[in-house]
Ligand binder design. Sequence first.
Ligand code: 5AD
Ligand code: SF4
Length: 346
Amino acid sequence: MTRAELLEWLRGADDAALFAAADKIRRERYGTEVFLRGIVEFSNHCVKRCRYCGLRAPNTRAQRYRLAPADILEAAALAARLGLGTVVLQSGDDPFYDRETIAALVRRIKREHDLAVTLSLGDRTDEEFACWKEAGADRYLLKIETGDKTLYERNRPGERIEDRLERVRCLKKYGYEVGSGVIVDLPGMDLEILAADIETLAGLELDMLAAGPFIPHPDTPLRSAPQGLLAPALRTSALLRILNPWANIASTSALDAAAPNGRKLGLNAGCNVLMPSLTPEKVRADYAIYPGKNAAGIQDNVRKLQQDIRELGLEPSNSQGFARRSSYVRKSPPGRQAGDYAGRTP
Ligand code: 5AD
Ligand code: SF4
């Protein structure tokens, strides 16, 4: 797909055609299955100062918490009991949980449950990435947020986009399934930047992708910036599907913050993954990356998502849900490639 075509889709030239094309590719790869990943947000401490995020270190209004390993293990057990095939361990950039603590958690979860384990712990060292893979971790999520150097470095003070991209590439070398993504409508992002970000993500050939709209948080410097809209985030998700047919693409909870039923609409625009929070009730409301996140209780939330999936004619799957790269290549009939849709003019 050329840059000009990407931009036309992003401008909303024909959303119905775009979402239908993305939905078709998702169905070819994944059928009606939607993977559920239980996410355990085990610490909201963060040493970073991202200007968009409620967990940023300078936010003194955040109620900070750290879960003990026993609580994290209990949440992982809940993932298994609820039939979710994957547990995602996520935190701010919090060095309190050192290499060995995380490795021990991963080993225990892999030993005790039939679960895929995804880590989302921010920028850690090569030694840590290698150790956790060795301990049995299956996947790692590290969002680029935006690939635009100026925008990235303005919003993530002290960080360099080149380092972030290098870390994503490095994770692939260690054998993880690797995921990344962007915040759509981050203040200062225009459609040219968004189109370039979509190309950057596609160029990384990732296993997992996500695009969520920017949601302003009142205790951050971007409190007065306009909220991201649903449509551009859905268009981005659909374009990511078309350019990365094999990838698992999450319908993010930020879509729900942008519009009622946002996540459901994501499942009609090429997404095939939902990530309900399993963070224990006593702290879950404090994992406030943006307002409204984690408002509902655990079981209710999972049940609601399963119901949403069925209402769309799809099936909540309890498989571990690895990316489907090779199977499709083998099954793919000649002349039926993603490019057929990608090349179509709106
Ligand atoms: N709006 C939307 N998404 C956000 N994130 C952080 N802050 C915001 C916000 N204000 C996303 C980032 C980060 C993930 C944990 O949450 O993509 O990687
Ligand atoms: Fe920390 Fe991640 Fe929030 Fe940045 S986006 S402040 S690294 S939790």
